[in-house]
Design a protein around this ligand. Structure first.
Ligand SMILES: Cc1cc2nc3c(=O)[nH]c(=O)nc-3n(C[C@H](O)[C@H](O)[C@H](O)COP(=O)(O)OP(=O)(O)OC[C@H]3O[C@@H](n4cnc5c(N)ncnc54)[C@H](O)[C@@H]3O)c2cc1C
Length: 462
């Protein structure tokens, strides 16, 4: 009886195995044909012009700070179903927090939220990259094979990090002792390098290109100095800030305060020094003297923080939307494109002659909202952007100098106090209040910068 049971069980098992094998080969066949279908579809999308076509009244390129803010504002203006945002990333990051992440004061997870959660509801999220912009025919093309036409286009593509312009990067980040707050992939490496610091040179670089948040390359130096003092390592550290710029900071009022801090904390600042190579295996960094091209100096480091060269989004090249340097060519007052009247720009991708920050994006979003309203009504844009930008210069784990200024580099301070002085309240604003303002104000299209509050704070005098 037992033998018969065994035989029957064996037969059942063998049936199951045969069925499983048949099923898995069917699954493989289905997967193969799906792959074939997908590749055929993408082939036709891209090469035979049979791509899916869509039209929206407003198309926004980029779903970062400026793109989401403008998407929310346009939704209110023309209705959600008439707006599309093209953005490939699954996660949206509040990048200003990365200064604190690199110094261990915040976590990288606290800086990010799923893109789906910040998309204005009802607005079409085209989860892809824009590959080509054809402003003559009011059309953009995406990597996923979509051809999207528009009545109005808002370009909010941010800028491109160019680590590869420094010899030895980005592969150098595979070694320890080196980090960069500018990318989500490398920001935690800064904190690791800082914690692992024993003794030697701690070097902080600033590239020979426009950057976003011009203060961030030195904020991490002040935080590192504070951390080393807290952990008793400061006497063993030689802290060096090698910057390509001829100044410590672009606005004299704040630069004067920063020079005082630099001197009092024994931080070495070398101007016009550009990082050109990292030999991460040997812990060496090579800088070129920009005033004497070809003259280089090799530094050994125990910690290196890299601010990479940055440039305009590649997709603008050859689109006839860019200026000579490749940035989106917009009117500095109205943010309307200089050649195509139904194209507008916001944020880091533009050639607006101001410091590239999220604070600037906020102020720009209010002006751009107004400009587009006027253009849609066939009126002349009337509101002018004054170049407002802001940089909370974190000078320790409890202090900030809140730089705020305009196109002319003139301070445009919100509070009726001297903001060039280090302040604890400003630190709390940076660390605790500004993230809320970003997620719940700017991204919802409700925060257009502190202009109206400045007037109230200064009793209408500014
Ligand atoms: C370390 C650090 C510290 C900073 N500190 C501050 C600060 O203290 N205060 C401050 O105000 N600002 C700060 N900033 C700057 C601020 O984060 C940026 O200026 C701001 O995010 C610019 O917004 P944006 O919309 O122009 O670009 P982003 O927010 O960078 O968004 C651009 C978007 O475009 C998308 N994109 C790119 N290419 C394509 C494509 N081909 N197709 C579709 N989408 C594409 C990207 O995925 C991205 O989502 C800091 C930034 C960093 C990195």
């Amino acid at each position: 009886m037992q033998t018969q049971d065994h035989r029957q069980t064996g037969q059942v098992n063998s049936h199951i195995r045969t069925m499983a094998a048949a099923l898995s080969s069917q699954v493989a066949l289905v997967r193969k044909s799906n792959r074939l279908l997908y590749s055929l579809r993408s082939h036709f999308h891209t090469s035979n012009g049979l791509s899916s076509k869509e039209h929206y009244k407003v198309v926004v390129l980029g779903g970062g700070a400026g793109g989401i803010a403008m998407g929310a504002r346009m939704k209110r203006k023309v209705g959600a179903e008439h707006v599309a945002i093209v953005e490939p990333s699954e996660m949206h990051y509040y990048q200003p927090m990365w200064t604190l992440v690199g110094a261990g004061a915040k976590t990288v997870s606290a800086s990010g939220r799923p893109t789906a959660s910040v998309m204005p509801s009802g607005v079409k999220w085209v989860k892809s990259r824009v590959m080509k912009i054809d402003p003559k025919n009011n059309t953009v093309f995406t990597e996923s094979g979509k051809e999207i036409s528009y009545d109005y286009l808002i370009v909010a593509l941010g800028l491109r990090l160019q680590y590869e312009k420094v010899k030895g990067l980005p592969e150098g980040f595979e070694h320890p002792k080196i980090g960069s707050n500018y990318s989500v992939k490398t920001v935690e490496k800064t904190w690791k390098a800082l914690q692992d610091f024993k003794e030697g040179n701690a070097i902080f670089s600033y590239p020979n290109s426009p950057v976003k948040c011009g203060g961030a390359p030195q904020k991490i130096m002040y935080l590192s100095d504070s951390f080393m003092r807290k952990t008793g390592k400061r006497s063993k550290a030689n802290i060096i800030y090698n910057t390509s710029l001829p100044v410590l900071f672009g606005v004299k009022k704040y630069a004067d305060s920063l020079w005082e801090i630099v001197k009092s904390r024994d931080l070495n600042v070398n101007l016009r020094q550009n990082l050109i190579e990292v030999r991460a295996d040997k812990q060496e960094a090579v800088f070129e003297n920009l005033d004497k091209p070809g003259e280089t100096k090799v530094y050994e480091y125990e910690m290196l923080h890299v601010t990479p060269p940055m440039g305009p989004p590649a997709v603008l090249k050859g689109s006839s939307l860019e200026d000579q340097a490749g940035w989106l060519d917009v009117n500095k007052d109205t943010l309307q494109h200089k050649k195509y009247t139904n194209v507008f720009g916001i944020g880091d991708c533009t050639n607006l002659p101001t410091s590239k920050t999220a604070a600037a994006v906020a102020a720009q979003s209010g002006v751009l909202d107004r400009t587009i309203t006027k253009v849609m009504k066939k009126d002349k844009p009337d509101k002018k952007y004054d170049g407002y930008t802001s940089c909370p210069l974190v000078t320790s784990y409890k202090t900030v100098i809140l730089a705020e200024f305009d196109y002319d580099g003139q301070p445009l301070e919100t509070f009726p106090v001297d903001q060039s002085k280090e302040s604890r309240i400003m630190y709390h604003m940076k660390a605790d209040l500004m993230p809320h303002l970003y997620w719940h104000g700017l991204l919802k299209g409700l925060w257009g910068g502190p202009g109206p509050y400045r007037k109230i704070m200064h009793l209408g005098m500014k």
